[in-house]
Design a protein around this ligand. Structure first.
Ligand code: AG3
Length: 281
């Protein structure tokens, strides 16, 4: 009898993975964590029953969340990551030669430790990089109290359920605003729009009073099921979002970064939204 992992995110619709082997499973101080070997997606990590990342398709999400704001900014020296304990986002951020420091605030030390052990290609040594600084704590406390400012802030959170819920609230976004340098960019995972339509309208309502430019961009990530994953974008520098394709191409070439999903044409196109989303904001 084979065992299945059935995701619990949506009440009456789910994806399932045939589990080849459970590598780790435990209740941490903050959530339930499981890492298992699947047939079609390699190793899979889930928190509180919701798929966070898989070896096979993680590059899509991590490249789009890192490179879209970083190439749009063009000279981000200081980056803040909220969440992202699997290390995939930190890995992509540190590929940028202009990044002098990347601070990552993760609530759950166990997620970092177990992902370093069982998903080593996610962090790929990023936690040992001298430019990386890891803080164990709640992202909302960090942005409320922090006395540093950042060029780019990325929120790689869970869904707005459990520990991730505060990372979608107005007090969190106010903290983001106080931690962003002039011209800075905030980007955040914002759910699968077709399945979680309120996430787009709610984030728009909460971000747009605080930033002169609030937008969304998208990418299709197979294991975030139900259509396109959205990323929220907020900045007080509207020109950051409307960079010329040629500028992005020049920056991408100069960086020497090799990608598997991101490219400058896709970057520009990712901000074009389907009509049902435009109508909801
Ligand atoms: N963080 C985003 C997971 C979102 C899953 N939600 C969903 N399918 N609606 C993933 C962490 C990757 N570093």
């Amino acid at each position: 009898m084979s065992e299945w992992f059935n995701e619990t995110l949506h009440g009456d619709y789910h994806q399932g993975f045939n589990i080849r082997e459970v590598l780790f499973e435990s209740k941490t101080d903050h959530q339930h964590l499981i890492i298992f070997e699947s047939g079609s997606f390699g190793r899979v990590m889930a928190l509180d029953g919701i798929v966070q990342t898989t070896e096979r398709d993680e590059f899509i999400y991590h490249e789009m969340l890192a490179h879209t704001p970083l190439f749009a900014h063009g000279n981000a020296k200081n980056v803040l990551i909220i969440g992202g304990g699997d290390g995939g986002l930190l890995r992509e951020v540190l590929k940028h030669p202009e990044v002098e420091s990347a601070v990552q605030v993760e609530i759950d030390q166990a997620v970092i430790d177990m992902c370093v052990k069982f998903l080593p290609n996610h962090s790929a040594g990023a936690y040992e990089n001298p430019r990386a600084e890891i803080v164990i704590g709640d992202g909302i406390d960090f942005v409320k109290q922090c006395d540093r400012q950042f060029d780019v802030i990325l929120s790689d959170s869970t869904d707005p359920i459990g520990p991730g819920e505060v990372l979608f609230t107005s007090p969190f976004y106010e903290g983001i605003k106080r931690c962003l340098k002039p011209g800075g960019i905030f980007a955040a995972q914002n759910g699968v729009a077709f399945m979680q339509p309120d996430e787009v309208s709610t984030s728009y309502k909460r971000l747009s009073p605080l930033f002169s430019d609030t937008a969304f961009y998208t990418a299709a990530v197979p294991t975030y099921v139900g259509g396109i994953m959205t990323f929220a974008w907020a900045s007080n520098e509207p020109s950051a979002r409307t960079q010329e394709l040629s500028t992005l191409q020049a920056r991408s070439t100069a960086s020497g970064i090799k990608t598997r999903y991101y490219n400058p044409a896709l970057h520009v196109g990712a901000f074009a939204l389907p009509q049902y989303l435009l109508d909801s904001i």
